[in-house]
Structure formats: C-alpha cells, structure tokens
Design a protein around this ligand. Structure first.
Ligand SMILES: [Zn+2]
Length: 487
C-alpha cells in the first residue's frame, strides 16, 4: 500500500513574505561590503561593471556604522572619505536604476562611534564586569537599548524617505557573544537587558547563554526585526526586507563561507544545503545564500579557490535560490580570481534566465534536517545528491497538509508529527541513534555500537549488490544503535 505523505509547510501570517520583485524574477545578486574609503568610489564604474556581468541586484553599504550618503540624523556618521557635497549612495541608486539594477541598502546597527557612547552610554552592550565592548574603536550597541529601539529607527526612516531603495539588509543582528577576532565578550548586562530578563525569569542574566537566555535574545531580536519590517512597509511598500532572521522578512539569508580554523572536512554541498532548506522550510521567501569570496576575517581580500566559488554559484541556482557573489570593497580587486570566475556564470544565468523563473521543487523525497546536521544528515544528503535523486530538505516541523512525498528520511530524529504518516503506510527511513518519538517498529536488539555486516538476503531487491552478500556496518550512532524492522 502506498499512501503519500501530505505536507503543507506551515507559515503563520506573521512569517509570510509579501510578493515582490524577489519572488517574480530570477535574481543575480552581488554584495559589496564597502570599506570607509569606498565612499569616494567611482559609482559609474561600479554600475558599469555590474551591468557587464549582468547582475540585477546590488547589495551595498548604505548606513549604520558608516553612512555612504550625507546623513543629517543625529548619532549617524558619514564616512570621513565621503567627498564634500557628494552623495555616493544616491548616485549608485540613480545609475543602477537607469540600467535595470536594483539596489538593496546594507545597514550594520551592531556598532557605532564613541561620540554616541559618550552621549548615551545606556544604549550600549555591557560585559558582565560593566565594560563596553570596543572593537577597532567602535562600540557595540545592545539590541534592547535605546539605539536599536529608537535611534536606529530614525536613521532608517531618513534612508527610506530619501532613497528609492529596492530593499534593506541588516548585518550582525542581535548581541553577538564573540567579536570579529573570535574573542568571547559574553552576554550583555546593560540595564535594559537586566531589567527585561528579571521581569521574564525573576533572576539575573547567567554567565553563559542557557536555553532561557537564548529564548530571551531571540525574542529581543524578533521584536526589533518586526519594528524594522513595519517601518520598511510603511515607508517603501515595494522594498524587500532581508536579514538573518526568518520572521518578518522577504528572504532567507545564509552564507557559504570558510574559516581557517573550522574543523575539517569541508562541506561541499553547503550552498545546496542552505538553499534547499530555505526554499522548503519557508516557501515564498527568496533564498539568498551569500557566496563569500574571502578566506577568513583576517584575509578579506584573498579569495577561496575558483572551483569553490563556482560550485556554490551553480548549487545556489540549481536549487532555485538567488545567484550570488560577495566581495569586500569595490569590484576593482587585487585578487581577481573569484570575480573572474563569477562573471561568466552570471552572464550565462542572464542569457538563460527564462529557464530559471518560477522554479518549484518536484522532489519525491523529503529529508528532515534537524538542528545537528551531523554525519548522518550529511551522509544522506550526499548520497541523494550524488545518486541524482531530487529531494527537499526542511527543518520546519509545524506542517501538515498537501505536499506528497514517496519517502521521508529522518536523520536527527523521527518527530511525533510523522506518526500518522507511518501508520497510514507512508515510507519512513530513520538514520539516527536517537529513538523516534513514537513506536515505529519492534525493537529486536539495542547495542551501544556495531562493527559488523549487513547481510543481503534477497538480491532481487538490491540489483546493484549482485556481487556481494555482505556490506560493512560501522555503528549507527555514537551511543545506542537500534535495530528496527517492520512487524
Ligand atoms: Zn543589553
């Protein structure tokens, strides 16, 4: 008996993206993380380079730590390199729009200058010992303080009223517990945070983040995210809203990046993983998996190998996400390898864009991606990819409904929500050492680890295994392996 699993990915109204340019056009997205000196750049040259590579969206510095236009809002500081009388950001908007390129303004509200700190110390992040967090002379703001909750909205309102932007993007949203050098700064102990935390949990902020604290910080970020979302809708109803939060936004942002000290092995399907998961967990939002060209924070101007850049681009596109490329500074790079790799792929995507509109997943397999994304998840992901079996990844468990699948694969755990599907004859493959949340099959034996074989008893079921009766088996998990068989 074959009963198809009915799945409708659940999106409460507050999570819903509004339809807009990001949902109707194939997107070729270039991000420039500008330096302060770039406030004096040749905007016509940048826009010409974007047009030549056939980008149709540019995400670039607008304000926050540094404004790229002559801002008049208090506690918002134009780049000292912005020439007198010049409006660099405004020039880009004008020139890019003239060539059919949309502009998404980038803000980083996580830090600002000492003058703001001196005037309003209560707006800022406080370490447990009461000290501010200072990095390269910039002071970290607190998501619960008056900068994020009030002043930042005035800064954003100015930008939105002044420029016909196509969207806004926010970097470093929420109080980061480490700085850009990886140093631990801990949790914010400012008066706003301490008062709010006491009201919620009747105790002091812990030394290290626990579950309560993580919920608190997420709720704080969501509140600010919602306020910003409403401001954008009010001031520029056709503009998109992008940050790393899933709620209230129009795109799901992620990154394919590297770090020198990150544990090996590299995950060659990071772009596929991020885009597939975004598209099938929050349908209706644009997956924007940023293709970070640099090796690590210390080497922002040295690129990862060309092949890595190209791989991420093709994966982004193949899974229905935006085609993306990110650089630091302008497109006049000292290491041009990544840019020269990206350019012909953008051009190819533009020449074939009619093939890349309105894509929908036709996957017959659903891979449930839990929080760990561990070896089992990546192993199955790789197996399905390299066997060319289309599959959808989702971490949105609040679903029930209408989308049919032939097989569900649960690698972290089998949630109770699958019980009805299994009882009605749906096909479920569990590859996890964690027991399912409901009884799936009779447990024949439980063992802490397995070094042995699987025996092929019926070769008719496994035609590719004609030449072996044994398969190597090296554990199903770290602690407990459960041998299950349908009764
Ligand atoms: Zn705080």
């Amino acid at each position: 008996m074959k009963i198809r699993l009915a799945i409708l990915l659940f999106t409460p109204s507050l999570l819903c993206a509004q339809p807009g340019w990001w949902s109707t056009e194939p997107i070729r997205w270039v991000q420039t993380n500008l330096r302060e000196v770039d406030a004096a750049m040749d905007t016509r040259r940048l826009v010409t380079q974007l047009a030549e590579m056939r980008a149709n969206v540019v995400l670039m510095g607008m304000g926050g730590i540094t404004a790229y236009y002559p801002t008049r809002t208090e506690f918002h500081y134009p780049s000292p390199y912005l020439p007198a009388g010049r409006d660099m950001f405004g020039d880009v908007v004008k020139e890019a729009h003239a060539r059919g390129i949309r502009v998404v303004g980038r803000y980083d509200l996580s830090k600002t200058q000492k003058a703001a700190y001196d005037a309003h110390p209560e707006w800022f992040f406080r370490k447990a010992d009461g000290d501010a967090v200072v990095y390269n002379g910039l002071y970290s703001t607190c998501i619960n303080g008056g900068y994020y909750r009030g002043q930042a909205m005035k800064i954003l309102a100015e930008g939105l009223e002044r420029y016909d932007v196509d969207g806004l993007f926010f970097n470093m949203f929420g109080n980061q517990s480490t700085d850009y050098s990886g140093a631990y700064v801990g949790l914010c102990h400012c008066d706003s945070c301490r008062t709010a935390y006491r009201t919620l949990f009747a105790r002091e902020i812990p030394e290290r983040a626990d579950d309560d604290y993580r919920r608190f910080l997420l709720a704080s970020s969501r509140e600010v995210s919602e306020t910003i979302g409403k401001l954008i809708r009010q001031k520029r109803p056709n503009a998109g809203y992008f940050n790393y939060m899933q709620e209230y936004t129009d795109g799901i942002m992620s990154e394919s990046n590297t770090a020198v000290r990150r544990a090996l092995p590299l995950w060659p399907y990071s772009a596929s993983d991020n885009v597939n998961r975004a598209l099938n967990s929050q349908p209706g939002k644009l997956p924007v998996n940023l293709n970070m060209q640099f090796v690590d924070y210390w080497w922002r101007f040295a690129t990862v190998p060309r092949q890595e850049i190209a791989l991420r681009m093709w994966q982004n596109m193949a899974h229905g996400g935006a085609l993306t490329f990110e650089v630091n500074g302008t497109l006049d790079l000292q290491d041009r390898q990544a840019y020269e790799t990206a350019k012909p792929i953008f051009q190819w995507a533009a020449a074939n864009q009619q093939q890349y509109s309105g894509q929908r997943s036709a996957a017959g397999v659903l891979l449930l991606g839990g929080p760990s994304r561990g070896d089992a998840y990546r192993g199955i992901f790789r197996l399905l990819t390299e066997e060319h079996i289309p599959f959808a990844v989702s971490d949105n468990m609040e679903w029930q409904g209408k989308r049919p699948f032939d097989l569900v694969i649960a690698t972290d755990w089998a949630p109770r929500g699958l019980q009805q599907y299994v009882e009605q004859g749906g096909h479920l493959l569990v590859a996890s050492s964690r027991p399912p949340e409901f009884a799936i099959a009779r447990v024949i034996a439980t063992t802490p680890d397995v070094k042995g074989y699987l025996r092929v008893r019926n070769h008719a079921f496994f035609p590719s295994l004609a030449d072996t009766d044994l398969l190597m088996l090296d554990g199903l998990g770290h602690s407990r392996s459960r041998w299950c068989r349908r009764p």
